[in-house]
Design a protein around this ligand. Structure first.
Ligand code: GAF
Length: 377
């Protein structure tokens, strides 16, 4: 096993995790999402090590490191190593100028909380190697190759939202992202006297990965059925509720429910963006709850711990909205909470959750932060 590394850094990178206010499981369905990076990051230091192809990576967080040869990239049994290897693999497909490097990683992101430490790891590594070897990758290329690393190497069929938010975000803004053409609109994250608060269920049900890929397949299969009945349908964005209802006898129950959720969620995202711009926080929050109920009942990616946390907030007057965030089956909820009331919320939710599940949930206040930052030393 590789010993801890120590060197004078030539390139430093800070790559953030992300949150998503609304628009879940819509990115890979060519819909809308409303994410942003947060003020918690993974830090990287890089140096060229004068070798042609030997690379050394050490994580201070897990206190483990590994070495690999650029000429021979193979899958590892350690999941975190595959994010690194996958990114290097995708860079090598596009650029030939990569040589040996050393990299130290230190994460300030809670793992498994659903704030996409994986996208931060991929994008931070790609951005750092881009600078270290002057690869001239654009920010969008870094986003795409990081997603490709996850799809092709790690084996998770994720959409584009997490990588896009980790790289492209602007401080104090949310991104209204149209995942069909990848055109972002940056909206000031104006939550008046409220803050965004994550509550971590501290569970991550093993279903997550398999069910995620299944949801994707269900939506793709439903799209094919709809395409066989209507002309001019390229994505689910071209489908409306009438078409869906008319085609219901040709769809499985699950396919019908998944698509219904996607159509409704896309509308919610656009409405939520309007409410945010108009300062209508109560209306915005009401859509967050509806999003959660859709994910629970139609898309079926919630779990009892997430449902408990959302339902716990339903009658609290100082909480405007709450929903599960990310892929589901664990991770955290995102809540819009009056700042002055956060300490009492924290006490109450910790007590109730401990009584229900015997677990102590992390309560994390987050602010919308800048996307990946690269600095040549
Ligand atoms: C995960 C994926 F990585 C995203 O692409 C997105 O689909 C999300 O789940 C659900 O909205 O974070």
């Amino acid at each position: 096993m590789l010993k801890p590394l120590s060197f004078n850094s030539q390139v430093n990178v800070a790559a953030p995790g992300r949150i998503n206010l609304i628009g879940e499981h819509t990115d890979y369905n060519h819909g809308y999402v409303l994410p942003t990076a947060i003020d918690r990051k993974i830090n990287f230091s890089f140096q060229r090590n004068n070798s042609q192809s030997i690379c050394n990576v050490y994580s201070k967080t897990v206190q483990k490191g590994f070495s690999f040869d650029l000429k021979d990239i193979e899958k590892s049994n350690e999941i975190w190593e595959n994010y690194i290897l996958g990114v290097v693999n995708e860079i090598l497909k596009r650029k030939k100028d990569l040589q040996g490097f050393d990299c130290i990683i230190e994460s300030k992101l809670p793992i498994g909380a659903g704030i996409s430490s994986s996208a931060a790891l991929e994008c931070g590594l790609a951005a750092g190697l881009n600078e270290l070897f002057n690869l001239k990758l654009t920010k969008k290329e870094i986003v795409f190759l990081s997603q490709a690393a996850e799809n092709n190497f790690v084996g998770s069929n994720c959409g584009i939202m997490d990588q896009f938010a980790s790289v492209m975000s602007r401080k104090d803004h949310l991104i209204l992202l149209d995942c069909l053409n990848l055109e972002p609109e940056f909206i000031p994250a104006n939550f008046n006297s409220c803050k965004m608060v994550l509550v971590n269920t501290m569970v991550s049900h093993s279903l997550a990965e398999g069910e995620y890929n299944t949801r994707r397949k269900e939506c793709e299969a439903a799209l094919k059925v709809l395409q066989s009945h209507y002309t001019g349908i390229e994505t689910l964005r071209d489908v409306n509720l009438e078409m869906l209802t008319e085609s219901s006898e040709h769809l499985t129950g699950a396919q019908f429910h998944r698509v219904k959720y996607v159509l409704e969620e896309n509308k919610r995202v656009l409405d939520a963006a309007k409410f945010l711009k108009a300062g209508q926080l109560e209306d915005f929050g009401a859509l967050m709850y509806k999003s959660h109920y859709g994910l629970r009942d139609l898309y079926e990616v919630s779990c009892k711990e997430l449902d408990f946390l959302v339902e716990f907030t339903e009658n609290i007057s100082y909480i405007y909205g709450s929903r599960m965030m990310g892929g589901g089956f664990g991770g955290c909820t995102i809540n819009i909470v009056e700042e002055s009331q956060i300490p009492s919320f924290e006490n109450e939710v910790k007590q109730a959750y401990a009584e229900a599940f015997g677990l102590d949930p992390d309560v994390i206040i987050v602010s919308p932060g800048e996307g990946t930052v690269v600095e040549r030393v």
